[in-house]
Design a protein around this ligand. Structure first.
Ligand SMILES: NC(=O)C1=CN([C@@H]2O[C@H](COP(=O)(O)OP(=O)(O)OC[C@H]3O[C@@H](n4cnc5c(N)ncnc54)[C@H](OP(=O)(O)O)[C@@H]3O)[C@@H](O)[C@H]2O)C=CC1
Ligand SMILES: O=C(O)[C@@H]1CCC=N1
Length: 282
């Protein structure tokens, strides 16, 4: 079987996975990608040196890319996944594994539009995968064997932490690690704004906030790092940090973050239902 990987829909997430695999040494010549627009195709081809086909130029681009690939990674928006699955179903090579990165698209929904018995892996990655610092949660589909799971785990191990979870936990993983980089960036944005409010000029406030979140991330990356212990080490008794944390606790920041994660999970469940409803109407 070939080593060809087809990325179908190569935007933020699939682009990050492709970038991560290339940085980990996966050969360019074993990668083919699709996008919708011509401009995206040129940008991606120039940035990564891989073959990219735009569906607005070649209507069978996804089928062209998937044909002969051993791993096909679907990275379009959830609402577009079924159409892509139908486009590639007739051309999938025997033994090919179809991987989805789409939030909220269940294994059952993925399998409906693929050939009977098609091995499928549902994943929830995040964008730091581009730097080999991502998290990928994954669940095997009905017809994926241990070998299929191991093949994808091995392939994705260059992207960061890979964990297998029951499918019922993918939406929770999405609410924590899938969306999580945005929460960390939001914190950096809020810290920069707070710095401005304290009188720092905007550029300096942003640099301080950004480098601080980066530095804290590096400390969390050390073996055995415990966020609570690291926080305590910054928090001197009767010192300044203690006052900030007191306000965060009094205002219920941990509860706000839990509510945000719950809202993300609820939206995932809602999208899954919307996809079923749209299919019934079609
Ligand atoms: N962004 C993230 O952090 C994460 C996203 N995901 C999931 O990844 C998927 C994609 O999200 P994201 O990367 O953010 O979205 P983007 O909009 O950045 O990427 C979508 C890509 O799909 C392309 N596309 C659209 N229609 C087609 C088609 N018919 N054939 C081929 N390519 C097509 C678009 O092309 P063009 O560029 O030309 O418009 C674009 O490159 C979603 O399902 C999302 O749930 C999962 C985890 C994290
Ligand atoms: O916002 C979204 O729907 C996707 C899934 C997780 C991160 N981005």
């Amino acid at each position: 079987m070939s080593n060809l990987i087809a990325f179908l829909g190569t935007g933020s997430m699939n682009g990050a996975i492709m970038g991560g695999l290339l940085a980990a040494g996966y050969p360019k010549t074993d990668i083919i990608a699709t996008v919708r627009r011509r401009e995206s195709a040129s940008e991606l081809a120039e940035r990564y040196g891989v073959t990219v086909i735009a569906s607005e130029e070649e209507s069978d681009s996804n089928a062209q890319a998937a044909r002969g690939a051993s791993v096909v990674i679907i990275g379009v928006k959830p609402v577009g996944v079924a159409a892509v699955a139908r486009e590639i179903a007739p051309v999938l090579a025997p033994g090919a594994v179809v991987v989805s990165v789409a939030a909220a698209v269940s294994v059952e929904q993925l399998e409906r539009d693929l050939p009977d018995g098609q091995p499928v892996i549902r994943t929830m990655p995040n964008t730091p995968a581009r730097l080999g610092k991502g998290v990928v949660a994954l669940s095997a589909g009905t017809h994926a064997t241990r070998e299929h799971v191991e093949k994808v785990v091995k392939l994705f191990s260059g992207l960061g932490l890979v964990v297998e979870v029951p499918e019922a936990q993918i939406a929770a993983a999405s609410a924590i690690s899938g969306s999580g980089p945005a929460y960390a960036f939001y914190l950096a944005e809020a810290m920069a704004k707070a710095g401005e409010a304290l009188g720092l000029d905007a550029g300096l406030a942003l640099r301080l906030a950004r480098e601080t979140v980066v530095g804290a991330g590096y400390m969390l990356d050390e073996p055995g790092a415990d966020p609570a212990a690291l926080r305590r080490a910054v928090t001197s008794p009767r010192g300044t940090t203690e006052q900030a944390i007191r306000v965060f606790d009094e205002r219920g920041l941990p509860g706000i973050i839990a509510d945000g994660a719950r809202a993300a999970l609820a939206r995932s469940e809602e999208i899954t239902r919307e996809l079923d409803a749209a299919r019934e109407q079609a």
